[in-house]
Design a protein around this ligand. Structure first.
Ligand SMILES: [Zn+2]
Length: 276
């Protein structure tokens, strides 16, 4: 505007050309960035799964906008239950929550069996390792194509849907067991109705809840309403890997509890009891 008032037509034309060139540069740069977009994953030497991505700022903003509200909710629930972890840890949890929703809730949300998730995780595990609870001398327990996982994680997956369990004998696949939908849809729905938040007392997490076998599947624990409970990711990990346990509270004791009817007592493993 100011320019137009005092500038010659030639000046104006030059300036307009610069603006157009600038915009063209921006568009071209954005296109270059978009063309070089990627989402890669690999495993670190310590076994961790790493993902790295590159995309335009606009697409990145979309990713962050999807993660942020979930991250905030996880953060709030964590603070409430006394957990203090880094914001980026909760961002990772938010990503997991989105992925879990995308892979496990499709059928219940659309109300039809036709939209059953096609997410399949192939776990290869030596039957001896599965029975023992950990791998020994060269035994395999891995998500095929991704990497090794603890046997405890494999047994947890056994309770989840859409699993093909490939039992290995050495390097030869001996049995291909299609575990299918180990938790039938009506049971899953009943669980979602009953356990609307993580069932660890004082934990109100309602996002990304996972179904836990109170008595592990590998020890004969059934996929029944009595033996299943929904836990948040953090408490599920603690129960699966850190020796935490849920102990059923007798009905009459539960009556006298406060606002929420607590059904479970959350027990730290003996060696953690004194350090909190
Ligand atoms: Zn929890």
């Amino acid at each position: 505007m100011n320019l137009a008032k005092h500038a010659t037509v030639r000046d104006l034309r030059d300036a307009t050309a610069r603006v157009i060139a600038g915009a063209t540069d921006e568009a071209a740069r954005d296109k270059r960035i978009h063309n070089s977009r990627f989402l890669k994953s690999w495993r670190d030497p310590d076994g961790a799964f790493i993902i790295k991505g590159r995309m335009t700022v606009a697409n990145g903003a979309l990713v962050m906008a999807a993660l942020k509200p979930i991250q905030d909710e996880i953060f709030k629930a964590a603070r409430k239950s006394g957990a203090h972890e880094r914001p980026e840890a909760y961002a990772a949890d938010a990503l997991m929550a989105i992925c879990e929703k995308a892979t496990t809730n499709q059928s219940s949300e659309s109300g039809g069996k036709a939209s059953r998730s096609n997410a399949v995780i192939n776990i290869r595990v030596d039957i001896d390792a599965l029975k023992r609870g950990h791998t020994e001398n060269g035994e395999v327990c891995e998500i095929a194509g991704v990497g090794p996982i603890p046997v405890a994680t494999a047994t947890e997956y056994l309770g989840e849907a859409f699993l093909k369990l490939l039992v290995l004998d050495g390097v030869d696949i001996r049995t291909v067991a299609h575990m299918g939908r180990a938790i039938p849809a009506p049971l899953r729905t009943a669980l979602e109705e009953r356990d609307r938040v993580c069932q660890v007392p004082t934990c109100d997490m309602s996002i990304g809840l996972e179904i836990d076998h109170i008595k592990p599947f590998a020890e004969g624990g059934a996929a029944s309403l009595e033996n299943l409970v929904r836990l948040c990711k953090r408490h599920h990990l603690q129960k699966t890997h850190d020796g935490y346990r849920l102990k059923r509270i007798a009905a009459e004791t539960a009556e006298s509890e406060g606002a929420r009817e607590a059904r479970w007592d959350w027990r730290a493993p003996p060696d953690l009891r004194n350090t909190g």
